[in-house]
Design a protein around this ligand. Structure first.
Ligand SMILES: [Fe+2]
Length: 336
């Protein structure tokens, strides 16, 4: 890097621009091939394991209305969402023999209680052995905004922020998409290109521009650029799965979608809405759907049918079910 900075100072304007681009590429995980073309970093070993969802697929674990999944990508591990109850993810990880020690980073997809209420208990439990455990939480701008209701503040993240920071943890608030580690992208707030309405109302959110309908503006996903295509991990998919995969494809070379794991919030959707969703997803060549949490059982089966997927490639997620590049979807016995 020191050599690069020297070259920037000494070189011609074009040389300086080239060096700056090379430097930015080196810190963003973008590489260049022998022809000098930019090549984005690809993940070659990936496994996403569901640690919280409604269905329990066998004798291991407990189900709840919530979501959490562990992402393991080329040796890096990130926890996406933390479940609803304080002990669900801890108990399920124990039953499934999933070791969460050494996981430093968390992504919270949005502010809803069924995705964030496990954070403090998990942090406090794991930091007993490792102060760095779950010490960094990536979120999108808007996650701390007030959601007032007659019963009081509805956004649990306002109280959680204080307590989490008191443990020594740090929130990283993203306004835009960011590559967290090579090949692993956090979408940040997702542009609502299509008029999907995958949230329950009517809630209100207090923004800098005033009070507005709460469309969960902070809703974000994780996008993994793998050798087999993109893998998208959603929480509730409140931004709309079509908007999410549209943003994912923009981030990473417009690759086909190898898999979607997580909630799509289609459980109240009409058949027409599910059919529209499938028609749009067809353009992204979705190969695997591990549909958790708020996707809805009927919506999952309808998406399977519409997309021409099979009982192996479109599955209702259960605790312990997974999607990996090596094995595809591994469902629990009840959901296979
Ligand atoms: Fe949600």
């Amino acid at each position: 890097m020191i050599q690069d900075l020297g070259a920037i100072r000494r070189g011609s304007p074009s040389r300086r621009a080239a060096v700056i681009i090379m430097f930015l590429c080196s810190v963003s995980g973008i590489a260049r091939n022998a022809m000098g073309q930019t090549v984005q970093h690809e993940i070659h070993a990936l496994k996403v394991t569901v640690l919280s969802t409604m269905l329990v697929g066998d004798t291991s674990g407990i189900g709840e209305w919530g979501f959490s999944a562990l992402v393991e990508a080329d040796g890096h591990r990130i926890l996406v969402d933390t479940g609803a109850r304080p002990d669900t993810v801890i108990r399920n990880a124990h039953d499934l023999h999933v070791d969460l020690s050494g996981v430093q980073e968390v992504v919270l997809t949005h502010s809803h209680w069924d995705h964030v209420d496990g954070l403090l208990a998990l942090r406090r439990e794991l930091m007993k052995n490792d102060p760095k455990a779950l010490s960094i939480v990536h979120v999108s701008e808007g996650i701390f905004e007030s959601r007032p209701a007659e019963s009081g503040e509805r956004n649990p993240m306002i109280a959680i922020r204080k307590e989490y920071v008191a443990t020594g943890g740090r929130f990283v608030v993203h306004r835009f998409s960011a590559e967290l580690i090579p090949g692993v992208w956090f979408t940040g707030p997702i542009p609502r290109v299509y008029p999907e309405h995958n949230w329950d109302g009517p809630g209100r959110v207090v923004t800098a521009a005033g009070v507005a309908e709460d469309n969960i503006p902070e809703d974000s996903s994780l996008v993994l650029n793998t050798a087999k295509g993109l893998v998208v991990v959603t929480g509730c998919g409140h931004a709309g799965i079509v908007n999410i995969v549209t943003q994912a494809a923009k981030l990473v070379n417009g690759k086909p979608i190898f898999g979607v794991v997580g909630g799509l919030h289609l459980f109240r959707a009409t058949d027409e809405t599910v059919d529209w969703t499938a028609s749009k997803l067809q353009g992204f060549h979705l190969a695997n759907l591990l549909a958790a949490h708020c996707t809805g059982i009927e919506a999952t089966f309808r998406l399977r049918q519409d997309l021409g997927l099979t009982r192996k490639s479109a599955v209702v997620a259960s605790v312990g079910s997974s999607l990996s590049l090596a094995a595809g979807i591994e469902a629990g016995p009840l959901a296979q």
